[in-house]
Design a protein around this ligand. Structure first.
Ligand SMILES: [Zn+2]
Length: 497
């Protein structure tokens, strides 16, 4: 039976257009999904929008629009961004959809019947930015650390609460027996420390909000946006839960790791489901050393960015500038330099050399002497299997550097093709170059699908979609064929605008 792989991005708040920070999570999920597809797994990749939020109501009001008309417009904009940067999702969910409302009401009823939801009162400071109550100890200078520009409001209202405290031991045991549950490891350590502290029951409904999913057992209350939003991951697979659940990976930002790492497993257990397999947590990044903000004007629109430069440049730089999980900086200049160095020069050089040399012969290259840097394959697979995208890219480009060095050391351009011995030697060097270039391109395929397929075509071979990526890597064609010089695969980008 084909192995399944179910991966999700966070569902993004629909009251803003996705920027490069959101694109980062989606590109990670897209690359990992692509790797599993190439590995011949049955892949489901879900993204979407979180709409049952007070922020959506307020943003609609500020534009003088009906809430749903605004939500429809924004959902369209989100899809435009993902389609515009080539995110290959299989499912797009909006939390205002009927399928989602019905599903959330079912799971709420299950937890209510299990005695995990009870009525109480909540009072405290509430941050609209977080859609959550804040404890005094969470505040910095009396403000929400994530939303210093938003005023906190004091709320007291009847709420329903989820009995998180009941699951404390189970969560801790789960963490101890699933050391890979939260990636990277540093984030896991942080969460497990938090779990070791006291887990308080949390409010799962709002009395004052009108927009949202009504509780099935008390229609005067709507479901807390976080409670409803997390279940999106199950809503999309509800017709085939046995196959798809538990999810294999939720890609999330570090700011929402507590919701996913603590509340979510308990909410699932309460409703009779298993916890997901893994949370892959991303860090935050600044742009040119500054926090992204509309007032500074450094918010990067991913669609505009890739149309100005290149999608491969965006992926390459986002994945190599800092490891997944760590905070970093997105330097526009460094992005260009990285692209030029790795794609245009390093990889581009290998291809140019192969083409120039092959055209000196008749373009058809077969070889009998093998030299394949085969240890790279095992390393690559284990890096990809642990979602080390930075490590995988670095490995592929270091591999390209080694092959470039190999070619330089052997100086095939010095060979005189009129002398049979030298012609044969040239052909062998070229065969080795092409065999390894082919492997490098396959390693880069989950990242740069279109260009790598083009590269393979140019050297007279192709990726065999009927077998897995690792089988493609293990296999070596006996001949390559280069027909023409062609344009550079990656045009150099000049930094001066
Ligand atoms: Zn906040």
């Amino acid at each position: 039976m084909t192995k399944k792989f179910y991966i999700t991005t966070p569902i993004y708040y629909s009251n803003g257009v996705p920027h490069i920070g959101h694109a980062y999570s989606s590109l990670i999920a897209d690359t990992i999904a692509s790797y599993h597809r190439l590995g011949h797994e049955d892949v489901r990749f879900c993204t979407g929008v979180d709409e049952n939020s007070q922020k959506v109501v307020e943003s609609a009001e500020s534009l003088g629009m009906e809430t749903m008309a605004y939500a429809d417009m924004m959902a369209g904009k989100h899809r435009e961004v993902w389609d515009g940067i080539g995110i290959r999702y299989t499912d797009f969910i909006r939390t205002t959809e009927t399928r989602h409302r019905d599903y959330v009401q079912q799971v709420l009823q299950k937890s209510f019947d299990a005695g995990d939801i009870y009525e109480g009162f909540y009072e405290g400071l509430y941050c609209v930015g977080c859609e959550g109550f804040k404890k005094e100890s969470d505040l910095v200078d009396g403000k929400c650390p994530d939303h210093p520009n938003k005023l906190l409001s004091y709320l007291k209202e009847k709420n329903y609460f989820f009995r998180l405290s009941k699951y404390q031991d189970k969560i801790l045991k789960f963490y101890e027996s699933h050391p890979d549950f939260v990636q990277p490891r540093t984030r896991y350590n942080e969460i497990i420390e938090f779990v070791r502290g006291w887990l308080e029951d949390f409010s799962i409904s709002r009395e004052t909000n009108k927009f949202g999913i009504p509780l099935p057992f008390d229609a005067t209350q709507v479901t807390y946006v976080w409670y409803d939003a997390l279940f999106n991951y199950l809503t999309v697979v509800q017709n085939d839960e046995k196959k798809w659940w538990p999810a294999d990976m939720h890609v999330i930002g570090k700011d929402i790791v507590r919701f996913h790492g603590i509340y979510w497993p308990a909410m699932l257990w309460s409703a009779g489901y298993e916890a997901p397999h893994q949370l892959l947590t991303t860090g935050h990044f600044t742009v040119d050393g500054q926090k992204m903000s509309k007032s500074i004007g450094n918010v990067i629109d991913p669609v505009a960015y890739i149309s100005e430069y290149s999608g491969d440049m965006l992926t390459l730089y986002l994945f190599t500038a800092f490891p997944i999980g760590e905070d970093g900086d997105f330097s526009r200049d460094q992005a260009i330099l990285t692209y030029n160095a790795k794609l245009s020069n390093n990889l581009g050089n290998l291809l140019n050399r192969a083409i120039a040399l092959a055209l000196k012969l008749d373009g058809r290259i077969s070889g009998s002497v093998w030299k394949v840097w085969s240890d790279k394959i095992g390393q690559y697979i284990s890096l990809m299997d642990t979602s080390d995208l930075k490590g995988s890219l670095e490995l592929a480009f270091a591999y390209a550097t080694e092959i470039n060095q190999y070619v330089e050391e052997n100086a095939p351009w010095k060979m005189d093709i009129e002398i049979p011995e030298q012609r044969e030697k040239l052909e062998n060097i070229l065969f080795i170059l092409l065999s390894n270039l082919r492997k490098i391109s396959i390693m880069l395929l989950p990242f740069f699908d279109l260009k790598m397929r083009e590269l393979l075509t140019r050297i007279g071979t192709s990726y065999d979609d009927s077998i897995s990526l690792s089988d493609n890597l293990a296999h070596d064609p006996s001949e390559f064929y280069i027909a023409e010089k062609g344009e550079p695969l990656y045009m150099r980008i000049t930094t001066s605008k």
